[in-house]
Write a protein that binds this ligand. Structure first.
Ligand code: FRU
Length: 919
């Protein structure tokens, strides 16, 4: 439709274009006129041609005139040729010089009309002019008549090379030859010019005393001859005869009327006729090749009439001119009106065109609208259906979400429940497990009792493992499980752990093979404890689900990018649905012995923490668990520094033999004192039984009592439970640390709760150590021992009482402090030495350095730095001859006065006083 509209518009525009092009007409023909002379006769001829041209549309006429100059005329003609005129009109000056160029134009196909004078060739298209020979004859006859056959004549001829001059003479001579008494005295060349004729006449007058007739070939030359005769007062002696008979002031007709000329002969200009023939030629109409114009005599008898007639004609000409002017005006007006009309027409057509286009567009639009509304209706129906379906889907989705939330909540509740239960279980389990270990260590126990104890021990271990798994899983879920990476050899470790399963395998007659890629390097960065948990869990599952006489195959292989561990056991089948869900927490496979459903979930979590993944596959042959770990370039890794307190390692500790001191056994009087604060009497009793062998043990059932006892006895170590009614362990610790008397006492927090937040709170409260229940009795003992020993070492280490004695310190930390000390000693002279630089040198950030030092020494790095500077200064003051200022600069103070101030704050006297005192 749109295309159709465009087509209609296009046609309109074509039509409009056509109309507008009609209004502008280019000239159809260009006519070039070459005139040989510039005189009144030529002017009349030119005017006639121009006037006549007005009667034809689209004709452009250009006239080029020379002054009797052959060369210039030839140039003019060539120029016309070059410009490509459609037709040439040539009045040749002289026949011979002009003939070639006329022939050339003619040969080029340009129509040429030769006028008035002729050329010496017939290579022209048409000729228009008078018959000069006849004119000459008519004049001859007139002369013979006037002279009655007897007399003398002088002839002043036109330009000798021009044909009228030749023809007129011939015609004249032809007649007078018949009159022997008429003598042509002389013939002179007046070159068609008055001046030249006058000159020649002067000569002739001198030569001939008797001249009856002066025959001048044109009126101009006749006038010149007359003037010459008049000068000699001889004009009355002779008659003057001319040619041309032009009307107008001073020209031929008036010369006759004035009596200067006896007669003149009409030499018609014929310009109108020339132009008519030119247009006939250009329009390919018939035309006469030779047009000879008539002549007639003008003498005293008809001159007046001639004059009147020509005057009349001239008036008519003027009127015609005026009329022409008016016509031009009207034409211009008409043209303007035509233009306006055309523009209006164009506008009208445009409007019509646009209306048609609009109409067609509207029609198309209506049709489209109808189609669209139909489609819209359909779409709306579909939309309604869709909305309905979406609503249904959303309902289902929200139901599913609700279910999922409920499921998640239930799972969470289950986990929380298990976690809580686990916490509750750990304390009694500890209280069972540790005494069992101690009983088993007693060699006097009977074999039967030992077997029972072993059974108890085994089941307590199982329970503890389950409890620990749940607590660990909770940690994983909360994102608080730490990964302690260190170089780890999979092959070495797995091989070592295989031994632990020997007995179990033997019992069920299970064949076992451990296959590996020979000579492969299976080292990676891993958390050894978690790796152990992964391996033990998979291996024990395999053993557990392999029937008697079955087999377990473990493969450790090197894949391209990974290490791959495959644990296969024969005989058990897990359905594909179960396989997919087997790693979900609390998922239990039908037909398998009940478990917590946590073990494999934990395994997967540990595997993923190492960047690996685990999959299971089961078929009628058996079940395979495949674990992959990404291979790493171990040289790029360094063991990850364990940033959590060392006791973290004890979270899932195995129970070892415990030494139990006999309750009530009294420690030596100067042995260290330990204060035990716990609301649980069993725990107090148990801990006391552990410690009483080596320490004096005090105990308190709540925090307030504990603080009171601590203030009173200032124990060497305090062991406190966290969860206590009233003041909890953390608060108790905080108070102890804020009292001057007790702030240096190391505090071990002991609790069933292993959650990190509580540990953080505990440490924030100033606790020195934290031990989770169920705790290892050895661990507790060694922790107590170490705290006391380290406190002493620290004192030694820093060498005086100004330093800190709050914290036990490991070898690693000792090394750290010692490195720090040497670094500061080496650089202390630099007053710009700052924490940032020190941190960088120690391989730590400013914050890390600050925390590390603060936790070890309870001093900030800046405080330590200042103390070390002051100690060095004190030593220099005592041992050297240096001035106070020199010492100040030596130890890195930028101003001696500030040094003096700090020194005095630290040591209670100024350095100068010290020197004075020293003497
Ligand atoms: C005009 C004229 C006339 C004469 C004619 C001959 O230029 O000299 O006077 O009759 O030419 O060609």
């Amino acid at each position: 439709m749109r295309r159709y509209n465009l087509r209609v518009l296009f046609l309109w525009f074509v039509l409009l274009g056509t109309l507008s092009s009609c209004s502008h007409r280019e000239p159809h023909f260009r006519i070039g006129i070459s005139q040989c002379s510039d005189d009144e006769w030529r002017h009349q001829m030119n005017n006639e041609m121009l006037r006549e041209a007005l009667f034809y549309d689209g004709v452009e006429v250009e006239i080029r005139t020379v002054k009797d100059d052959n060369i210039q005329q030839e140039k003019d003609i060539r120029r016309f040729m070059k410009e490509g005129v459609d037709l040439l009109i040539v009045a040749p000056n002289e026949a011979e010089p002009i003939t070639p160029v006329v022939e050339e134009a003619y040969n080029q196909g340009i129509p040429v009309i030769v006028v008035d004078r002729r050329i010496l060739s017939d290579k022209y298209t048409a000729y228009v002019g008078a018959d000069n020979y006849e004119i000459g004859k008519a004049i001859g006859k007139y002369v013979a008549n006037v002279l009655h056959g007897k007399g003398t004549v002088v002839e002043i001829a036109g330009l000798s090379g021009s044909t009228p001059a030749m023809d007129r003479h011939q015609g004249f001579m032809n007649v007078v030859a018949d009159y022997p008494d008429i003598r042509l005295l002389a013939k002179e060349d007046g070159a068609w010019l008055r001046s030249q004729a006058e000159e020649k006449m002067d000569t002739l007058l001198d030569l001939f005393p008797q001249i009856d007739i002066v025959y001048a070939q044109n009126d101009r030359m006749a006038a010149g001859a007359y003037a010459a005769a008049a000068r000699q007062h001889r004009e009355k002696e002779m008659r003057f005869i001319g040619t041309d008979a032009l009307p107008g002031e001073g020209y031929g007709v008036e010369q006759v009327l004035a009596g200067e000329l006896d007669a003149t002969f009409i030499y018609p200009t014929g310009g109108d006729r020339v132009m008519q023939i030119a247009m006939d030629i250009l329009n390919h109409r018939d035309f006469p090749r030779e047009t000879l114009l008539n002549t007639s005599v003008v003498d005293r008898d008809n001159a007046l009439i001639m004059k009147m007639q020509t005057a009349h004609i001239s008036t008519l000409d003027e009127k015609i001119e005026t009329l022409n002017g008016k016509i031009n005006q009207y034409l211009a007006r008409y043209s303007t009106q035509q233009g306006i009309l055309l523009v209006s027409l164009v506008a009208l057509l445009l409007v019509i065109g646009l209306l048609v286009a609009v109409y067609l567009s509207l029609r198309a639009k209506n049709r489209l609208n109808r189609e669209l509304s139909l489609q819209k209706k359909k779409l709306e129906e579909q939309k309604t259906q869709l909305i309905h379906q979406t609503e249904l889907l959303e309902q289902q989705k929200s139901q599913l979400e609700q279910l999922s939330r409920e499921l998640e909540a239930a799972t969470h509740a289950k986990l929380v429940f298990f976690t809580n239960i686990s916490h509750d279980f750990r304390t009694p389990l500890t209280l069972i497990a540790d005494p069992i270990e101690q009983l088993l260590a007693d060699t006097s126990v009977s074999t039967q009792s030992r077997q029972l104890l072993e059974l108890m021990k085994k089941n307590v271990h199982i329970l503890l493992r389950l409890v620990n798994q749940i607590l660990d899983f909770r940690k994983v879920e909360n994102g608080r499980m730490e990964l302690r990476l260190e170089p780890f050899d999979l092959l070495d470790s797995f091989r070592g752990w295989n031994d632990s399963f020997r007995m179990a395998l033997l019992k069920k007659h299970i064949s076992f093979s451990f296959e590996t890629t020979p000579d492969a390097d299976f080292r990676m960065m891993a958390d050894a404890e978690k790796m152990e948990r992964i391996y033990f869990n998979l291996f024990s599952n395999a053993v557990k689900y392999t029937p008697e006489n079955g087999k377990v195959i473990i493969r450790l292989e090197m894949a391209e990018q990974n290490f791959r561990l495959e644990v296969f056991n024969s005989g058990s089948y897990i359905s594909s649905t179960d396989v997919e869900a087997i790693f979900e927490r609390f998922y239990q496979v039908d037909g398998h012995q009940a478990g917590t459903g946590i073990g494999l979930a934990l395994v997967r979590a540990f595997v993923e923490m190492h960047g690996g993944n685990i999959t299971a596959h089961s078929d009628e042959k058996g079940t395979t668990f495949t674990v992959t770990f990404p291979k790493q370039d171990i040289s790029l890794y360094h063991p990850t520094v364990v940033t959590l307190p060392a006791e973290e390692k004890e979270v899932s500790s195995t129970l070892v033999d415990a030494e139990i001191s006999t309750e009530g056994e009294v420690a030596e009087a100067d042995c260290p004192t330990v204060l035990v604060i716990d609301d649980n009497a069993d725990i107090r009793t148990y801990v006391k039984s552990l410690l009483s062998k080596d320490y004096r043990v005090l105990d308190a059932a709540d925090g307030a009592t504990g603080i009171r006892l601590a203030m009173k006895y200032v124990p060497d170590v305090i062991v406190s439970d966290v969860m206590m009614p009233g003041m909890d362990g953390v608060e108790c610790c905080r108070r102890l640390k804020s009292e001057l008397q007790t702030s240096h006492i190391p505090v071990i927090l002991l609790t069933a709760c292993s959650l990190d937040e509580q540990r953080i709170q505990g440490y924030d409260g100033g606790a020195d150590s934290y031990i989770s229940k169920p705790f290892n009795s050895q661990l507790l003992l060694s922790r107590v021992r170490n705290l006391i020993a380290n406190r002493r070492q620290l004192k030694q280490f820093f060498g005086d009482n100004q330093t800190i004695e709050k914290e036990t310190i490991s070898d690693l930390d000792k090394d750290f402090v010692s490195r720090f000390k040497s670094l500061v000693e080496a650089k202390m002279k630099d007053p710009d030495l700052n924490v940032e630089d020190l941190g960088r040198d120690m391989g730590m950030s400013r914050v890390q350095l600050y925390r590390k030092l603060k936790s070890l020494t309870n001093y900030s790095p800046n405080e330590l730095l200042r103390q070390m500077r002051l100690k060095r200064a004190a030593s220099l003051l005592a041992s050297s001859e240096m001035t106070v200022a020199e010492i100040a600069y030596e130890v890195g103070f930028s101003s001696p006065s500030y040094f003096t101030k700090c020194y005095k704050e630290q040591f209670g006297e100024s350095p100068t006083d010290f020197l004075k005192r020293r003497g």
